[in-house]
Design a protein around this ligand. Structure first.
Ligand code: FAD
Length: 452
């Protein structure tokens, strides 16, 4: 049954609704920014409700999921772990006019401007923001979905931690615990590196000597596809120093309950004048105790008729103001519908490429949409979203070590790790605006650093 934790559904039918679907990075930031604008311009919003809808009742801080999957703290119950990376949406909407509805959105009717929840409730909207994020994709590789644990949701991270411990307990001193990780993006790297500390901590506690043997596999030529040379070199060196085997240039062809089957990928086409060489694929079987999948995501989807234009990865195409693009002749049908974050495909005019799926991009797009909704309410022209030339990032690579970039500054090691903690505090504070969050953030640091 769907619960309406914080509000009575009747109260949102009395005014026009600005409905934000999804309370992750993008959705929560959009709701908070609208609330800020409402406070500055109360009369503009007097006929509107700001309604935030999510199937979960908490906001998930995904960048710290790898910590959940690998913490050795004995007192880290699933509830304590949830508290460490999940902020109750009740806390986010407290002392604001934002109305939170917990429910699984199953349909959007763009013609009648209604959204439907799983229990059959329909809610009308005047403005709609798709912020439903993404979900793991397995690229149709046989056996991966069935045998790997992905690292996308809180439940995945808790399961990885439990499975590592369960497999660890079956091993005798001197034996190996073999973990295969599909995907050398940030999530795969973070968890591979941090597991080193987790196993070391377990060895210390049990006085066993279990050898941890992780392998990261990726079809690309190097780790962290899409990242700059500095980051890739630092991450590679750090992973190797931690004992992680990197198998880049290998694609996973299938998996079963015991092993992952790989094949060498053909080399990228050469730009040099030399003729392309024939590629003879090398096959390799990698037995595993645990198979973790961080290989990729695709846009989440809510059936919305066939009026929304989507690209091949399922993302909703938008115009420069982040309004959803429509298919067919009735272009007005998506006039007040926006898409942000992982579910959106916004093409950066400068690079001619779609914006990457990161938290920073989701938040930046969310702020632009909140501004445009206000402009539209006031009958003023909307402004195009102008992405920054680069967004900050932090990639933790085991223990108190991270690689970070902010503007032209790049740093790695302990300073990168400190920066990662500050970024986390910033996000927690920006969605709650409650100084009490500092105590909670500090408590989480104390839990998570017990491996280091
Ligand atoms: C392990 C991991 C680590 C990451 N680390 C980083 C990092 O360090 N830095 C970074 O910038 N990015 C990172 N990312 C990427 C980042 O999490 C995403 O880009 C970001 O969450 C996108 O924000 P969003 O608002 O589009 O979607 P999300 O934050 O995923 O929010 C989507 C919300 O929609 C809700 N929802 C979906 N479908 C429905 C439905 N039908 N009905 C109701 N609610 C629904 C979901 O419950 C969810 O709360 C990481 C991702 C993962 C998985």
């Amino acid at each position: 049954m769907v619960e309406y934790g914080i509000m009575a559904i009747q109260s949102i039918t009395q005014k026009k609704n600005i409905i934000i679907l999804g309370a992750g990075f993008g959705g929560s930031a959009c709701a908070r920014t609208l609330e800020d604008i409402r406070r500055a311009h109360p009369t503009s919003f007097q006929d509107f409700n700001i309604v935030l809808i999510d199937k979960k009742n908490y906001y998930l801080y995904t960048p710290a999921l790898y910590e959940i999957a690998t913490t050795a703290a004995d007192d880290a119950t699933p509830l304590a772990l949830k508290r460490a990376v999940g902020i109750p949406l009740e806390d986010i909407v407290a002392h604001t006019s934002i109305k939170f509805v917990q429910g699984n959105v199953t349909h959007v009717d763009l013609t009648s401007k209604n959204i439907s929840l799983e229990d059959g409730t329909t809610i009308p909207y005047e403005y709609l923001v798709y912020a439903i994020g993404s979900e793991p994709t397995y690229f149709g590789i046989p056996g991966v979905k069935e045998h790997a644990i992905s690292l996308k949701w809180l439940e995945d991270a808790i399961r990885i931690r439990a499975e590592v411990k369960r497999k660890y307990d079956t091993k005798l001193s001197g034996e190996k615990l073999t973990v295969v990780i599909g995907g050398a993006g940030p999530a795969g790297i973070e968890v591979a590196a941090e597991l080193v500390g987790y196993i070391a901590k377990l060895n210390q506690k049990t006085r066993k000597t279990i050898l941890y043997s992780p392998t990261i596999i990726d079809g690309g030529a190097r780790v962290l596809p899409g990242f700059d040379d500095f980051t890739v070199k630092k991450a590679t060196a750090r992973l190797i120093s931690l004992g992680v085997t990197i198998k880049c240039g290998f694609v996973i062809t299938r998996a079963d309950e015991k092993a992952v089957y790989t094949k060498s990928a053909p080399p990228a086409p050469s730009t040099a004048a030399t003729p392309p060489q024939e590629h003879v694929p090398v096959e390799e079987v990698l037995p595993y105790d645990l198979f973790i999948w961080g290989g990729g995501v695709q846009a989440s989807s809510i059936p919305s008729g066939d009026c929304l234009a989507k690209e091949k990865r399922g993302r909703i195409e938008t115009n420069q103001c982040l309004t959803c693009a429509a298919t067919g002749e009735n272009l007005e049908i998506t006039k007040n519908a926006f898409a942000i974050g992982d579910v959106a495909c916004f093409i950066d005019g400068k690079t001619k490429r779609a914006m990457p799926g990161t938290a920073q991009v989701a938040v930046a797009e969310a702020k632009a949409v909140a501004y445009n909704i206000h402009q539209s309410i006031e009958g003023k022209p909307q402004a195009p979203f102008v992405p920054k030339s680069s967004y900050l990032f932090v990639i933790p690579v085991g223990g108190k070590y991270a690689i970070a970039k902010i503007g032209p500054l790049r740093f790695s090691g302990f300073s990168g790790w400190v920066f990662a903690q500050l970024v986390e505090l910033y996000y927690f504070y920006s969605v709650t605006r409650n100084p009490a969050i500092i105590r909670r953030w500090w408590r989480d640091i104390k839990i998570f650093t017990r491996n280091d």
